[in-house]
Design a protein around this ligand. Structure first.
Ligand SMILES: Nc1nc2c(c(=O)[nH]1)N[C@H]1C(S)=C(S)[C@@H](COP(=O)(O)OP(=O)(O)OC[C@H]3O[C@@H](n4cnc5c(N)ncnc54)[C@H](O)[C@@H]3O)O[C@H]1N2
Ligand code: MOO
Length: 427
């Protein structure tokens, strides 16, 4: 007899099969019901304001929600400076066309002394306007015409009277020192990053949810390894880690663990205390070595059920030592679809980010779908319509990379024609 099972298992581990949920319609739970159960599990534990605040450098503030007002550490501009490359003058010296001697040059970054009355100083954009000067005449409006490096003209001819304040940017004209520049609760975007940086401030943001990502399976090896017989590269760890990050959360891991309950238990014990959510893939169907199901049935408060969706049918949800845990099926398309349909919006919400939503689009061509399962077909936008990409198989991980949406086909729909409207989830 050929025996090549997981050596970590003894005989048949028929642990508490009676814990299976009572069957609902067709023995499966609807996607809506499971989404609602996942939301009920996660929302109280992942509330944005409950995770504590952290101070981060401005470079790390993008995409985070401010837990406190950001206050300007300096005024902006911090000093009176020139808005143009030109000549700094006293407006009282230029009430009519005049020629003024050029008394010096002020480049950006300089710290000039006061302007000698009755003279002009060559000045560059952003350079401090010297005390005494109250206006800047752009070089192209003078008889100098344009600047050359190191060649300071002796005299400049100014053709028109100059009003006070011309092309001078006053200190604090954008924001005053101590002013609130971005209020608490703001989702930090690029313009906020610029404002926070320009004011020399740091950002106090809500800590991101921390999610441990665990791939299970004795056949699963690092994508950097050589592939042995019967092995597969770990696609789920990297994929779920990327998806978690894209949804505004921090990743702990990703980890890989063999079909060995003791090893998985040790890893869960280690991560449970330091994350807000544990995400596993694999080990939840009907095989002899379903490490996740077998361990968590006895050691955790986790329920397993069959959800009426494909891919992503076998699902578990609950807690492990008080930490929420979701167990996704191992097929790589199933794991990714599970994330999009069940978890993505919850993580986005926990990070204070908007959900991705769905849209309705017409199908570019006819397709079929099995009865009784809500299908999440891979699709690609095609002009104003959407077309199916590849087949329904949940192992088609490389094909999925050509898709940019999931096409949601309801349980009772078995045939769709070109032009029929379908619900579409963006990937
Ligand atoms: N008798 C039954 N068998 C299966 C059923 C069923 O209802 N009855 N359900 C099928 C469905 S649907 C799914 S989905 C899978 C789920 O299985 P598991 O969650 O136990 O996952 P595994 O068996 O560990 O792996 C499934 C498949 O995916 C590959 N895999 C796993 N992890 C990774 C990874 N990190 N990266 C890449 N590929 C991975 C693994 O090698 C298997 O090929 O069960 C069906 N069976
Ligand atoms: O439900 Mo499984 O996730 O079909 O492939």
């Amino acid at each position: 007899m050929l025996t090549v099972g997981a050596g970590h298992y003894g005989g048949c581990v028929d642990v508490a099969r009676s814990q299976d949920p009572p069957p609902v319609a067709g023995g499966r739970t609807s996607v809506e019901q499971h989404r609602a159960d996942v939301a009920q599990l996660l929302r109280p534990r992942l509330a944005l304001g409950d995770r504590g605040a952290v101070t981060v450098p401005v470079e790390e503030a993008f995409g985070r929600v401010l837990a406190a007002d950001v206050v300007a550490r300096v005024a902006v501009p911090a000093f009176r400076n020139s808005q143009m490359d030109g000549f700094a003058v006293r407006s009282v010296d230029v009430t009519r066309p005049v020629r003024l001697p050029v008394s010096g040059e002020i480049a950006a970054g300089a710290s000039p002394g006061p302007l000698v009355p009755g003279t002009a100083a060559r000045i560059m954009t952003g350079a401090p306007v010297p005390d005494g000067a109250d206006a800047v005449v752009p070089v192209e409006d003078t008889d100098v015409g344009r600047f050359c490096p190191g060649e300071i003209p002796a005299v400049v001819g100014l053709r028109e009277p100059v009003p006070p304040g011309l092309f001078v940017r006053e200190a604090g004209s954008d924001v005053a020192e101590g002013e609130v520049i971005v209020p608490a609760g703001t989702l930090v975007g690029p313009a906020h990053v610029a404002a926070i940086a320009a004011c020399g401030a740091r950002a106090v943001v809500w800590r991101q949810p921390r999610v441990a990502v665990i791939s299970t399976g004795s056949e699963v090896v690092s994508p950097a390894a050589e592939l042995g017989a019967g092995q597969v590269f770990d696609a789920n760890g990297p994929a779920l880690a990327a998806a978690v990050r894209a949804a505004g959360a921090e990743v702990v891991g990703p980890f890989r663990v063999a079909d060995a309950p003791q090893a998985l238990g040790d890893l869960l014990d280690d991560v449970a205390a330091r994350v807000d959510l544990i995400l596993t893939s694999g080990g939840v169907s009907q095989g002899a070595y379903e490490v996740v199901k077998d361990l968590l049935r006895s050691a955790g408060e986790v329920e397993f059920r069959s959800v009426a969706m494909q891919p992503g049918g076998p699902q578990g949800w609950g807690t492990y030592r008080g930490t929420p845990i979701l167990t996704f099926p191992g097929n790589p398309v199933s794991a990714q679809v599970s994330f999009v349909v069940l978890l993505r919006d919850e993580l986005l919400r926990a990070a204070g980010l908007p959900g991705r939503g769905t849209v309705r689009l017409p199908l570019a061509g006819a397709t079929t779908s099995p009865a009784g399962r809500r299908q999440f077909l891979r699709g690609a936008r095609d002009g104003d319509a959407v077309r199916v990409v590849g087949g329904p198989g949940s192992h088609l991980v490389a094909t999925m990379a050509r898709a940019d949406v999931l096409i949601d086909v309801p349980e009772d729909v078995t045939e769709l024609q070109a032009g029929d409207e379908v619900e579409v989830w963006p990937l």
